[in-house]
Write a protein that binds this ligand. Structure first.
Ligand code: HEC
Length: 204
């Protein structure tokens, strides 16, 4: 059972002893919860985040070696495949989401994700580094506890080839994208902005 859901009270009778016991139990439980959350965050980072630099590296290599059009499958197939493989290994749900999707079927955020993506944008505007933005929370979904984690995915130089200002994109790439993604909103980004996030749902 999860530590946060364990709260054992001993009845010490009325009076100061009872109150001291109650306060101590509450403090201990709060402390256990904070430790639990920190451990969950560290373990989630360790298992989920290595996918991000892998995709960036693959994207840089493919663009340099084969050109931008040939690199579409890195974002379209390789990134989801790497996340899928990691999902299969851990049993956690993992995907990429964005407030401005290219592929709305896969990348549309739910309410929790949309709220925290908006919050990431605010935090970045207040000076936090986009690549360090993350959130981790225990939530209840359909009566079951879940650990939810989300980490911002910033726009790097290579991403601008396909997610930068539309007028700066290669014209054949543009028509290729338009054919596959009639509802594409994932243009117009500048380096350092938040393209979206990696999101994890981890059953507890
Ligand atoms: C060669 C073109 C290309 C480049 C370069 C590129 N992307 Fe993409 N990106 C795409 C395509 C195509 C999709 C839609 C994938 C799909 O069908 O699920 C996409 C989707 C995404 C998504 C999923 C959410 C959405 O909008 O559907 C994220 C997040 C993302 N890209 C981030 C990045 C980042 C970060 C970089 C730079 C490291 C990058 N992309 C570089 C073409 C590209």
């Amino acid at each position: 059972m999860h530590l946060c859901s364990i709260l054992v009270f001993y009845y010490f009778g009325d009076g100061p002893m009872f109150r001291i016991a109650l306060v101590t139990a509450a403090l201990l439980a709060g402390n256990a919860c904070a430790q639990d959350l920190e451990a969950l965050k560290l373990d989630t980072r360790k298992n989920a985040l290595p996918v991000l630099p892998k995709v960036v590296g693959m994207m840089q290599d493919t663009v340099a070696r084969e050109g931008v059009s040939q690199a579409i499958p890195v974002c379209k197939e390789k990134a989801p495949q790497l996340l899928q493989a990691q999902s299969a290994k851990t049993g956690w749900e993992m995907r990429r989401v964005s407030l401005k999707t290219r592929n709305p079927e896969r990348g549309t955020p739910d309410v929790w994700e949309a709220r925290h993506l908006a919050d990431f944008n605010i935090r970045a505007a207040q000076g936090e580094k986009p690549e360090t933005l993350e959130v981790g929370e225990i939530v209840t979904e359909n009566g079951r506890p879940l650990y939810r984690y989300m980490r911002a995915v910033p726009v790097g130089e290579v991403c601008l080839n396909c997610h930068g200002p539309v007028e700066q994109l290669d014209s054949s790439l543009r028509s290729q994208l338009a054919k596959s993604y009639p509802h594409d909103q994932a243009f117009g980004y500048a380096k350092g902005q938040i393209r979206g996030a990696l999101t994890v749902k981890r059953p507890l």
